[in-house]
Structure formats: structure tokens, C-alpha cells
Design a protein around this ligand. Structure first.
Ligand code: GUN
Length: 283
């Protein structure tokens, strides 16, 4: 039987830590602000953005939303980013992904001031992450590292298997686990004999977005499973990448969906906005 890794509880602890500092700053007349830019009508993205705004309200960070139409021109979005980069009252800029097909996401990410890139998506921050130097880390993978640490799950020397190689989760997850001295294997759609790899893993992070993909026969007894998936099952219920009930019996620790990784992403974003202010002030 597994320990349930309670991302909701840990994320509240983190948000409370941020809130305390943000409220102390407010007493000194400083207000932190996050610009949240969303383009188009993607339903899931609107839900994520709503949750991010709620977390801002909770922590005392001002969120300024820019809700742009699906047919927004790339140039218009780039000009908005230029304006937000210049605005001294804005500490962080978040452009919700995915963007409509007519807009090149790399161009947009490249335009964000790396010092305000609270998502950790800018190439400068990615490069610094590779080096292991101080930077904004992407929120989902850094939230997973934080969860493992707060549950005293050792990464050093452990066999870590990451399922998925997306820019937002899989790739940075592999790098962060490596930075913590894990022995990391990244698996993806072209990986052969996946089960033989997952069965060797002490820690599995699944970020592939396939409902109930990871089954208990694919893991060894006592493994730790982190489920990043947000999928709908055959009955339209929210579920992760893992067959939770079966894995729960076999694993030593597991994250539920919902209430596992999801809330951590938002808590780490709040932490990044606070860091952004602290860095900007320190300059
Ligand atoms: N889309 C899915 N996850 C994320 C995220 O962490 N940040 C942004 N900006 N977009 C996303």
C-alpha cells in the first residue's frame, strides 16, 4: 500500500509561505503583480488560468489578465509582451500555452524578458537550468522535485524514469532529476520495450497524457509513481496516466489525480513570482 502524496496539502503550505511574504511586502507598500496572457478559446487553458488567478488572490499577488481573441495577430501579442517587459510594476509574465496555430510559440517565449519569465520557458532560463545555475525553473517539474523532497523521497542514486519528452514537463523533469543526482532514463513514443525500463525504476514520472496507460504490471514493488496526466476516461471522469487503484497497492508512494501534481504547478508559479520580485529588487 502506498503513501498518498498530497499535492493539495503541500501546495497550500507553499502558497501560505508565499502569502506571508507577499503580505509583509504589502505592509511596506509593495504590491507584486503577475500578467497572465491567454489567447483564444481553449477550454482547458481557461480553467488553468482561472486557477492561477485564484492562487494569486489567495497569496495576495495582483493578477492582470489579458484575454485575447483567437484571431489575435502574432505582432499584437509581441507588442503586448514588449509593453509588459517595460512595465516596472509587473513582476512576472505568463503566456498560457498552447497558443493558436497562427502564432509561433517560440517567438513569443523568446520575447519575454528572461527576468520576468516565471514559467521558466525562455531559452536563457532553460540554459541556466542545464548548467544548474540560479534561474526560473518550469513550475510542473520543479513542483514534482519539491513534492519528493517534502515527502523525504530520496532521488540521489535512484533509477528515475520519465515518460514523455515535452518541453514543458518531460525534458525539464529529466534534467532536474539528474541535477538531484538521479540516474535518469527518458522514455517516449519511440521507446522499445517500455515495460522492461519502467520495471527497473525506483521513481516513475508519467507525463504522456494517455488515460490509464501505466499499469501495475509495468512497475516493481515499492516504486514511487508521480502522475502528471490530466485525462478523461471512458466515462468522462478526470484521470491520470496511471491505473491508480492497482498501482496504489504495489507502490510505496503515489500522487492522485486530481490533487497531486496539478496544484503544485500553481504553487511553484506563485513562488516564482515572489522570486522574480526579489531578484528585480536585488539589482
Ligand atoms: N500550458 C500547460 N502547462 C502550462 C504552464 O505551466 N504554463 C503555461 N504558460 N502554459 C501551460
Amino acid at each position: 500500500m502506498a503513501i498518498i502524496i498530497d499535492g493539495k496539502k503541500v501546495s497550500k503550505e507553499i502558497k501560505d509561505e508565499v502569502r506571508e511574504k507577499v503580505l509583509a511586502l504589502k505592509e511596506d507598500g509593495v504590491e507584486l503583480a503577475l500578467a497572465v496572457v491567454i489567447v483564444g478559446n481553449d477550454n482547458a487553458s481557461h480553467v488553468y488560468v482561472r486557477n492561477k488567478k485564484r492562487a494569486c488572490e489567495y497569496t495576495g499577488i495582483r493578477s492582470i489578465e489579458y484575454d485575447l481573441a483567437e484571431d489575435t495577430k502574432e505582432e499584437e501579442l509581441l507588442s503586448l509582451i514588449d509593453k509588459l517587459n517595460e512595465d516596472k510594476d509587473i513582476n512576472g509574465i505568463l503566456v498560457q500555452m498552447p497558443l493558436p496555430k497562427s502564432i509561433d510559440p517560440d517567438k513569443v517565449i523568446n520575447r519575454i524578458d528572461p527576468n520576468k519569465d516565471v514559467d521558466g520557458f525562455h531559452p536563457i532560463n532553460k540554459g541556466k537550468m542545464l548548467e544548474g545555475s540560479e534561474c526560473f525553473l518550469p513550475c510542473t517539474p520543479s513542483g514534482i522535485i519539491e513534492l519528493l523532497k517534502r515527502y523525504n523521497i530520496e532521488i540521489e542514486g535512484k533509477r528515475c524514469v520519465v515518460l514523455g519528452r515535452s518541453d514543458i514537463v518531460g525534458k525539464p523533469m529529466s534534467i532536474l532529476l539528474l541535477s538531484e543526482n538521479g540516474t535518469v532514463t527518458t522514455c517516449h513514443s519511440r521507446t522499445k520495450d517500455l515495460s522492461s525500463i519502467t520495471k527497473e525504476a525506483d521513481i516513475i514520472v508519467s507525463a504522456i497524457g494517455k488515460a490509464k496507460f501505466l499499469t501495475s504490471d509495468m512497475v516493481k514493488d515499492g516504486s514511487v509513481v508521480i502522475d502528471v496526466g490530466m485525462n478523461r476516461d471512458e466515462n468522462n471522469n478526470l484521470c491520470g496516466d496511471c491505473v491508480y487503484d492497482d498501482l496504489f497497492e504495489k507502490c510505496s508512494a503515489i500522487t492522485p489525480v486530481p490533487g497531486g501534481v496539478g496544484p503544485m504547478t500553481i504553487a511553484m508559479l506563485m513562488k516564482n513570482v515572489l522570486h522574480s520580485y526579489e531578484n528585480q529588487k536585488g539589482k
